[in-house]
Design a protein around this ligand. Structure first.
Ligand code: IVH
Length: 693
């Protein structure tokens, strides 16, 4: 070899070692020491060198992680040592019984000097089991579990996983080492990958487990190489020394895992030594509580007797060891039949599809329905009535339909179509509409629709609104269905005797409710406004409106322009308020409330708040009496800003004679246009009717 070639070879092997070491720091130690860019640079250098010297490329070069050529089919592999499965337990009693059995056997064998069994507890990863075979420290074979005796040869795919070392490191590398562990995907990687798949119009996966399995079983390793798979070791199979003898360098499971870590393998994190059943159950409780915060899914924990001699004595039953057991968490995902899609009508008339499910126990509760959000969401997930679907309930979040199991389709499934299936409101029969560009179909009946009426009452009684304690959704349902309550105002005529005739209403609770309703007759104006449930008027806007106008009458009477003076009220909100009060039955509700003795209390305006605060005004043309400078000064004094150009952010355009393109622009964008008198009214009138500032 020439001196130059010798240098290149040295550089090549240095690069391979550096890259392998950075992989190890990232995946095994979880403590990277270089940036992604630096790593990519090293890899680019390696690829360049190997391109110049193809004869030097070896299977254990990190460059090979991009994936070898596609296969026609996977070969089969007979495992040198069988890959076992685990017995499952769900209840604490099962674990106590397991510990007693183990302790009994070990006591008889004289292997329990301290009287309590020492275990190692680990996560039970929800991924795909694989076996990696290293000969003389080099990865030579990777296989799936298969039936435990014979699996599939996935060597080319396993090589693409950066967390799988292609060579073992350190002085005590055995002649043969089979490592057993799990391939999985983190939830964050899964979400990112699914988004990318969807963006390219490619198939998406229902969960990280399926994604890991699907990615690992690709016949084209170049595809596997693009998938964010990880490996964690939790055990071993065959271990041989140079003479072909079986050897285990350590006598304890925990020490063996530490050894695997020292060889450069990523080992099951979160493992912990535990003593007796009490120690195991404490681990279960801790991990169960932390489950949702782990970066990947686990479906339980696994307990293993630590002492390997004891493991041997305990032996096996059928395909599972007696020295280990899986303690499962309640499943967060289950598959069940989507029997139908119902539609619920909400407070604002939104028709929300709700999946009706064959009851299924998931995440610790029985789930019978799950929201599907809206029609577009159903289409995006391609969920059809009659599908077998994956239902997920993680932690305390509401159950969700993740997606269909397409492989189980019979062809009899029905595509949901809001337009044809719900041409009218399912509650009141009124017309529905789906405005262009919106995902939501709404019932147009407003408070004539009993569903909207119930939801509106419930909203009005809620804590942020009139805060009527004791008025729950069941009672509201009965009050509306019996025809006794149509509007908010009707609540104030309810008497305790009458209320006590409703189911589950004693005289005492009826009296308390009447008292609570009575107290709500003097609400702060902002809460009454909020309680009306005007679209786009939340807590903050209600407070701003109340402060600005000071009375409900002033708000009812306000024009859109006048409403726009209020900080944070833009054209959409102003239009929504106007629309609400221009409806006769909404004004009637206000009149009825007053007749029922409801008198809101005005809220003080903080000193220093200005009528045009946060608003931008554009002046154009010549005003009849005010000069440009005078008008500008007045607007600035009122807290407003003056701008030279019209945009959607402009609150008003004040136009005089010979106004030009700005006026046209304002008309085009729908920006309100005022004359000089309008400007003056804006500057002086807004607080009329309000409390003194
Ligand atoms: S030990 C002799 N440990 O669970 C024991 N298995 O039901 C063999 N699994 O196929 C398995 N995490 O895919 C073991 N920490 C862990 C595990 C684990 C997940 C899976 C594995 C196996 C299945 C057994």
């Amino acid at each position: 070899m020439s001196p130059a070639a010798g240098d290149a070879r040295q550089r090549l092997s240095a690069l391979r070692e550096q890259i392998a070491e950075h992989n190890r720091r990232y995946y095994v130690e979880d403590a990277p020491t270089v940036s992604d860019a630096e790593y990519d640079r090293l890899m680019a250098d390696l690829l360049e060198l190997e391109a110049a010297h193809p004869e030097w490329v070896t299977a254990d070069s990190p460059s090979q992680r991009v994936g070898a050529a596609p296969l026609d089919a996977f070969g089969t592999v007979r495992h040198a040592v069988r890959m076992l499965s685990l017995g499952n337990a769900f209840e604490p009693q099962d674990i106590e019984a397991f510990d007693e059995r183990v302790a009994g056997t070990l006591r008889e064998a004289g292997l329990l000097p301290q009287g309590v069994v020492e275990y190692v507890a680990e996560y039970k990863f929800d991924g795909v089991a694989v076996s990696l075979r290293y000969e003389d420290g080099r990865l030579v074979l990777a296989a799936t579990r298969g039936d435990g005796q014979v699996g599939e040869d996935i060597t080319a795919n396993a090589r693409t996983l950066r967390s799988v070392p292609l060579r073992l490191r350190g002085p005590d590398v055995p002649a043969v080492l089979e490592v057993r562990g799990e391939v999985l995907m983190t939830r964050a990687d899964f979400d990112r990958m699914n988004q990318a798949q969807a963006a390219h119009g490619d198939k998406t996966f229902v969960n990280p487990r399926n994604a890991a399995a699907g990615s690992l079983r690709q016949l084209d390793p170049r595809i596997t190489a693009t998938r964010p798979l990880r490996f964690f070791a939790y055990g071993w199979g065959q271990v041989l020394d140079e003479a072909g003898r079986e050897v285990l360098p350590h006598g304890r499971h925990g020490a063996m895992l530490d050894w695997l870590g020292a060889l450069g393998l990523p080992v099951s994190p979160g493992r912990r030594p535990c003593r007796g059943a009490a120690g195991l159950l404490a681990f279960y409780a801790d991990i169960g509580a932390a489950r949702a915060t782990l970066p990947y899914d686990i479906d339980g924990v696994v307990y293993k007797v630590d002492d390997l001699k004891s493991q041997e004595v305990l032996g096996f039953v059928a395909r599972a060891p007696r020295f280990a057991i899986a303690h499962k968490f309640p499943a967060q995902e289950e598959t069940t039949r989507l029997e139908g899609i119902d539609v619920q009508v909400g407070r604002t008339g939104a028709l929300t599809p709700v999946g009706r499910l064959r009851p299924v126990f998931v995440g610790g509760v029985t789930v019978t329905n799950a929201t599907l959000h809206n029609e577009d969401e159903i289409r995006r997930k391609d969920v059809r009535i009659g599908d077998m679907v994956v239902v997920r309930r993680a932690g305390d979040v509401i159950p969700e339909i993740v997606g269909p199991v397409e492989a189980l389709r019979t062809g009899a499934e029905v595509v949901f179509d809001m337009g044809t299936m719900y041409p009218a409101c399912p509650v009141c029969g009124s017309a529905v509409e789906r405005p262009e560009g919106e995902a939501i179909t709404r019932c147009t009946a407003g408070l004539f629709c009993p569903a909207q009426r119930k939801q509106t009452l419930w909203y009005a009684a809620s804590r942020k609104a009139l805060d009527i304690e004791g008025l729950g959704d069941k009672l509201i349902e009965q009050l509306v269905d019996s025809g006794r309550v149509h509007t908010l105002a009707d609540l104030y005529s309810l008497g305790e005797l009458e209320l006590s005739t409703y189911p589950r209403m004693g005289l005492k609770s009826a009296a308390n409710l009447v008292e609570a309703i009575g107290q709500s007759r003097r609400p702060p104006l902002s809460r009454l406004l909020y309680a009306l449930g005007i679209r786009h008027v939340g807590e903050t806007t209600a407070r701003d409106l109340a402060r600005h106008f000071g009375s409900i009458d002033a708000i009812v009477a306000a024009s859109e322009d006048e409403l726009l003076v209020v900080p944070e009220v833009g054209p959409v909100v102003a239009a929504s308020i106007r629309r609400f009060f221009s409806e006769a039955h909404n004004r009637e509700v206000i009149a009825d409330l007053r007749a029922a003795g409801v008198e809101p209390v005005a809220e003080a305006v903080p000193v220093g708040e200005k009528p045009l605060a946060g608003k931008t005004v554009v002046l154009t043309g010549t005003l009849p009496s005010l000069s440009r400078d005078e008008a500008t000064r007045m607007i600035l004094a009122a807290g407003g800003k003056v701008s030279g150009s019209v945009s959607r952010k402009t609150a008003w355009v004040v136009a005089g004679d010979e106004a030009g393109s700005k006026l046209a622009k304002a008309a085009e964008l729908g920006v309100p246009i005022l004359d000089e008198d309008g400007l003056k009214a804006l500057l002086s009138a807004p607080r009329a009717g309000g409390p003194p500032a």
